[in-house]
Write a protein that binds this ligand. Structure first.
Ligand code: UDP
Length: 242
């Protein structure tokens, strides 16, 4: 089985870096993710990453506790930069040249986001990590993932989560819940399935970018997805349930 995708955008939530900790970053988990990314980069796949910040700070949550929403969102965006730099360190220790580009300028620690430069890095087989979300409050890093994927012409978004795909009901509540093998964007939106927020799904729909939702904790899942193995759920096709 050969490689199906040559340029991917991997969306990592902040919680993916947290492992079983209640807060922050688990270095062992980050090393594991870096190794999975290093493996696919070694086989010639171009990898861009958008990383979230929910393991450190969430704007909506702080706003519900009384903080000004836009201000809280800026703090959330800065939190994603901590994750981006940590991930860069792990990737470089795994031997992968990596650049961080931020949507809020932080020139002492990262490059500013420059689309054409990001593409050039990818062509040179460097991993590019996009930090600081979209640079705009009231958005999410899922929407950023859809936006950057469209901008850099990524063929697919890999949405790494803690579950092995999208179900028709909550598998932790309903033992008969069934997993979708594939789903349309319309179905995700109309059924309000929590794949990504609706802005992100709409952007993917408009630009025809498929989303593969899969469990990151299973070692080798990124490689399997790159090889086109049917892991998790793919959004963008027809509706098929397993
Ligand atoms: N955020 C933002 N604009 C963006 C991306 C993120 O304001 O374009 C803020 C927002 O406050 C969000 C926080 O950054 O709560 C962390 O991002 P997100 O919640 O998407 O991270 P994840 O859920 O992936 O860990």
């Amino acid at each position: 089985m050969g490689i199906v995708y040559s340029r991917i955008l991997l969306k990592l939530s902040g919680e993916a870096l947290m492992g079983n900790l209640g807060y922050g970053i688990d270095p062992g988990v980050v090393q594991g993710i870096a190794q999975q990314v290093a493996d696919v980069v070694a086989s010639g796949v171009q990898v861009a990453i958008v990383v979230g910040g929910g393991n450190i700070f969430r704007g909506v949550k702080a706003a519900s506790a009384g903080m000004d929403r836009a201000t809280a969102d800026y703090v959330g965006m800065i939190a994603t930069v901590m994750n981006a730099i940590t991930l860069q360190d792990a990737l470089e220790q795994a031997g992968v040249p990596t650049r961080v580009q931020t949507a809020i300028a932080m020139q002492e620690v990262a490059e500013p986001y420059i689309r054409r430069r990001a593409i050039r890095h990818l062509e040179k087989k460097r991993v590019v990590i996009f930090g600081a979300g979209s640079g705009n409050p009231f958005f999410t890093t899922d929407t950023t993932a859809a936006l950057r994927a469209a901008e850099i012409n990524a063929e697919v978004i890999f949405k790494a989560t803690k579950v092995d795909g999208v179900y028709d009901s909550d598998p932790q509540v309903n033992p008969n819940a069934r997993r979708y093998q594939s789903l349309t964007y319309g179905h995700v939106l109309s059924q309000d399935l929590r794949v990504m927020d609706s802005t992100a799904i709409a952007l993917c729909k408009e630009n025809n970018i498929p989303i593969i939702v899969f469990d990151l904790s299973v070692a080798d899942n990124i490689r399997r997805a790159v090889l086109g193995e049917k892991i998790g759920t793919i959004v963008g096709g027809s509706c098929e349930i397993i």
